[in-house]
Design a binder for this molecule. Sequence first.
Ligand code: HSE
Length: 338
Amino acid sequence: MRNGELRLNAYRDLRVALLGCGSVGAQVARLILENGDELAARIGANLTLDGIAVRSLDAERDVELPRELFTTDAERLVQGADIVIELMGGIEPARSLILLALGGGADVVTANKALIAAHGRELSDAADQVGAQLLYEASVAAAIPILRPLRESLAGDHITRVMGIVNGSTNYILDRMDRFGESAEDAMKLASDLGFLEADPTLDVEGFDAAQKATILASIAFHTEVPESAVYREGITGVTLEQITAARHAGFVIKLLAVAERLTASDGTDGVSVRVYPALIPREHPLAAVHEGKNAVFVEAEAAGELMFYGAGAGGNETASAVLGDLVSAARRHVVGG
Ligand code: HSE
């Protein structure tokens, strides 16, 4: 369904603005257009894709989309929207556009881990002030539902630890080195060909990407604000094939792990420790079986015990699934809220 198209149902229209049309944005646009009727029936409202804000109108896209949807005027697009989907990445102009959207009462869905890790509190406060929603399930571990389970399903429990493989490209590199004896350089080239790496691969291999995701996980799991600067971070650039081989012979596998733990001091006060580092995982632990670009998050909670969430942690379509989930969730609240 497209803007302006005659509809035969009696649903109201919700105007959706998409900011960014990279590998995730293009798939999100495709899914909204292709599955419009199904989504409308599920939501009780039509999702009208009002436009897609991009830097260049002529750039090549992963998906063929109607040219008239594209605009370079992101601000104008945001101002008319009920729901804004931000998939530009980076801090600015994403932050200003989200604040503009929230200021106008629109709900916002984003996959922007760097932005949420650095400015999550500011953006949540802006959303709370106007009763809007800020949803960012896709910012951590792409297709894997993990933020909503932590925030909602486990809201009545006491989470003690969250431990995850949350960066697909470094897992791919370490896995290739471990299982096929490949060099780090060759494995990294393959990870790049698969599109797992960030535009700046330093963010992956030095652990920044995993640290951003760990910040978000810890903040939600422990109902607190964990600043990115408080996260201990060590990437995989120091890990050698020799170390990986020696670990294997000793019954371990090396994985880049993000760990967030609740700590209780001797005086009873609670604290949180968050760290990202290459860790030795015993071969029999479920996290040792997370291969290639997959992610997994292992959660320990007092009543629930151990839980593991597993799946695709990167990829355009896979990340788009989580974005669409948030979009439907935001749209449903519009319908319920009138
Ligand atoms: N570069 C990221 C990764 C993409 O490798 O996991 C998904 O956030």
